[in-house]
Every structure is written in C-alpha cells, then in structure tokens.
Design a protein around this ligand. Structure first.
Ligand SMILES: [Zn+2]
Ligand SMILES: [Zn+2]
Length: 481
C-alpha cells in the first residue's frame, strides 16, 4: 500500500492497488493522480449521493475462489436512474468491477477486445454480436454522467465525466462495452451475482443506511406525493420509481431527495382485483403488492400486471387476463436465440417455440416500480412457449429483458391474498349443491341397491363402485404452495 499526502489539503491518501492511478481525498474531494511515484491534483469529485446501497469501500467477498475487497466507486446517472460501479481489488493482484443496479449485481473484469466490435451507434438493443464468447444480445445502451466517486480508481475521473456503455448478455454471461474513451471500446465480461453468492462481508447494515438515508433499504416505506399529498408506499433503494395513485405524478425516489419527474393531474380510478398495498402469504414468505399497471396490445386485449415484493428481497409479477393468472419472473439467465428462419429459443437445452409477437402499451400505472413506468410506454413483446411455461422478451429502444411465466389457478391467487370466493358466481353455487346432490344420490343408491347387492355381489357392484368413485373425485387438485 502506498500512502501519499493530498496535494490540496495534506491529508493522507491511500493507494492499495498497483492498478489504481487515481484516488479521491476523503477530506477535500480532490482527485489525486499517481504517476511514477509522484502525485498531483487533477480536480475535484463530488461526494456520492445517498442511494441506499449496502456495499461500501472495504466490503469484502468472493467470486468463485477469488477474494476481493472494494476499494473504489463511481456513481453514474442516466435517463432511467442511477447505478454504481464498485472497483474491486482481488487478493491475487487482479482487479475488476462490481456493477450495482439498485439491488442487481454483476461482476466483470476487463478482457482483450476482439478485432470485430460494433461502433456505439450500431449496438442497438436486441442486436447480436460475437465478442469472443459466442453471439451475445445487446440488453441496453446508455449514456451516463459521473455524479460522484470515492476511493481509488484505475483511470482518471472528474465531475462531469461522461460514460457511454453497451451491455450484452448470453445465457448467464454478461458483457459491457465501454466507449467512454472514444470509438474503440474497452470490453468487460462477467456474470450476474448476488450479495449472498459472493458471501459479502462488511456491508453497510440497515442501521447505517437508515442513519444516512433516513429510511431502511428495501423495507416498505411511504412518501407523500409532492403534488397532492397522497401516501405512496415504496421500497427505498429497490423499487423507487413511483406513480401517484391519485394524481399520476411521477416521482424518482432513488435518493432521499425525491424528485418529481412529471407532474400529473389526475389518475383515473381503475378497479383492481388486487389493490395496491395488498399482502399475501406465499410459501412461507410475506409479499407486498407495491405496483400495478394495465396494459393493452394492438388488438385491444387488456391485462393487469401486479408487482409483488418479498421481505427477503425478491420480486415477481402476477399477471391477470380475464380469469387467468400467471406468475412471471425476470430472468437472470437468458435463453439462446434460434435462427431468424425458425423462430424459437432454447434454455437449458429445452426449446421454446415462438407463439406471439405484439406491441404492449401501458394504459394506466400506479404505485412503486423498479424501473420508470408511465402511461403510454410501449414495448415489443415476443412470447415463446413450451407446455405450460412461456418465456417473453420485452424490448424498448433502451432496454431488453426476459421473463418466464407459469399459470397460477385463480383459487390459488385468492388463497394467497385471503380473498373471498368470487361473488355468488353460478359455478360456486352449483358445486356447493353438487356436494349435497352427491350425498343424496349416494343414500338413494344405497337405499335402493345395498341390500340386494350385498346378497348378490356381482358385476353391478363393480360398476356402482366405479360410479361412486368418479362422483367423489375432487373436481380439481388444488396445488399447495
Ligand atoms: Zn485533500
Ligand atoms: Zn399525487
């Protein structure tokens, strides 16, 4: 470790990694450049904004068998939000990055760029390129500004530094092309990870986050709509893009200073089967319904999507179309595309055939989401099916994501949310009286036939038993969660 005196204020500035060329003075925010043993001041770098991240300088963990320590950070802001790139120093001397997108993490390291690579303008969402690990799909492309930094970094960064990056995915693999320095990008590849899978230690705990942010990260909190005062429940640091249920004002609460993105006037009252704020017991997890949106396709079909959050930190969507329900999860591992001529995809060697290709439009939204949502948002959706499971690719101009859906029985949804049976539906009444009919029929048969049957045990008895058995088979087997 090299310790130098800050050229601006004299405070000690540490360089723990040989790969670092710059460090931010903790005391005066001067950016200190290290060059052949000499140091000089470059400029200043703003203090990072409080963003509820549990990672901090000093956090340690493992990727596979390699141990790392977090030694630096840049915080970047783009149109849809903010993210952190944490600079990692590995025990074996290597370095890398931990991307931190509001609770979703990737670990990457720099790799040699192949001879063929797309220019930034060509790397459109959905396009495919081979960067040395097979055909990968562009999942998003964005331009961002550095809004703050800490610790040491492998290149010089100052206030106003801007980044141009393209993310790609292939199966569980992740890659970033970083065009910040010009037309020839730097290539970083890696995988999606979780804090648990890295066995992270020295994380900021809930109390520390609350002390600096005023709220616990990921615990359902409430914020008053700056425009009409209605309380909006949300998840600090996890689902913090809000739409007021009463006035449709859109708010970005990704930092404790909530920012109004677009003022609204009134949000139509839309009847929902499951209201915002509803709670469910699914398995042994408690879920909160924090966001809901209505969508429609080109043919006028409409459906509702509900965002559910478990206190342990996982999200899923419940999709309601008519009386059909699906459970849908965003996929970390992407399916592999087939050929354009034969539209299918494969996941774990299982082939899913394309069934639908349509445009979906948001007609109404309210509550909290983990990305910016607004009425009018359009996305192209392609669905692929195999048996009861379906995979869907959803893309906008800026982003592509995959999700996997499976059907859920309406009774199951009612059980999760402790909802009453549907109001006096004919079906329910009929099945109730059927139970009674079954008994009457049974008594009638016994009364009529039991005595002679006992005496004359023959073919009739077999048929009778079969008929009785059929009568008493439960109409459907309710799946227990
Ligand atoms: Zn200083
Ligand atoms: Zn409001």
């Amino acid at each position: 470790m090299l310790s130098v005196s800050c050229p601006s204020c004299g405070a000690p500035v540490a360089f723990r990694s040989h790969a670092s060329v710059m460090a931010v003075c903790e005391y005066c925010r001067a950016t200190v450049h290290k060059d052949a043993g000499a140091v000089r001041q470059l400029g200043k770098l703003s203090e990072v904004l409080e963003d509820y991240s549990p990672i901090q300088i000093g956090t340690a963990g493992k990727v596979g068998a390699r141990s790392f320590t977090v030694i630096g950070r840049i915080q970047l802001r783009y149109a849809a939000g903010m993210w952190n790139e944490w600079y990692l120093m590995y025990e074996d001397g290597g370095s890398g990055w931990l991307g931190d997108f509001s609770g979703q993490f990737t670990v990457t390291a720099q790799r040699p760029l192949p001879d063929k690579f797309p220019p930034f303008e060509m790397a459109r969402v959905g396009a495919q390129f081979d960067l040395g690990f097979g055909l990968a799909v562009v999942s998003d492309r964005r331009e961002a500004q550095c809004v703050g930094g800490q610790g040491e970094l492998p290149f010089d960064v100052g206030d106003g530094w801007s980044a141009r990056v393209v993310d790609l995915r292939r199966g569980p693999s992740f890659a970033t092309l970083d065009y910040s320095d010009g037309d020839k990008p730097l290539l970083y590849t890696g995988v999606a990870v979780t804090l648990e899978s890295m066995g992270c230690q020295l994380l900021r705990d809930d109390e520390a986050i609350k002390a600096s942010a005023g709220r616990y990260r990921g615990k359902v909190g409430a914020l008053q709509c700056p425009s009409c005062g209605t309380a909006i429940a949300y998840l600090p640091g996890m689902a913090d893009k809000l739409v007021c249920q009463a006035c449709a004002t859109r708010i970005d609460a990704s930092t404790p200073q909530a920012e109004v993105l677009a003022a609204g006037e009134r949000n139509d009252k839309v009847p929902l089967t499951l209201p915002l704020g509803a709670q469910a017991k699914i398995g042994n997890q408690d879920y909160h319904l924090i966001g809901a949106m209505k969508r429609t396709d080109d043919e006028g079909e409409t459906w509702t999507e509900y965002l559910l959050y478990a206190t342990r930190g996982t999200f899923f969507w419940l999709v309601e179309a008519g009386d059909q329900w699906w459970r849908s999860e965003v996929m970390d591992e992407w399916p592999e595309p087939g050929t354009p001529a034969v539209p299918h995809v494969s996941l774990h060697n299982i082939r899913y055939e394309r069934t639908l290709d349509y445009e979906a439009r948001v007609t109404w939204a309210a509550g909290a989401f983990n990305w910016k949502v607004a009425a009018g948002d359009r996305a192209r959706v392609r669905e692929f099916e195999r048996g009861m499971a379906s995979l869907a690719a959803e893309n906008t101009q800026d982003e592509l994501s995959w999700s996997r859906s499976t059907p859920v029985a309406a009774d199951q949804v009612r059980a999760w949310f402790k909802l009453p049976a549907p109001p006096a539906a004919k079906g329910a009444g009929l099945s109730a009286s059927l139970g009674e009919l079954q008994w009457r029929f049974l008594l009638w048969i016994l009364g009529l036939n039991a005595v002679p049957l006992i005496v004359n045990f023959g073919e009739t008895m077999i048929w009778l038993l079969a008929a009785l058995f059929a009568l008493f088979i439960p109409p459907n087997i309710v799946k227990k969660d």
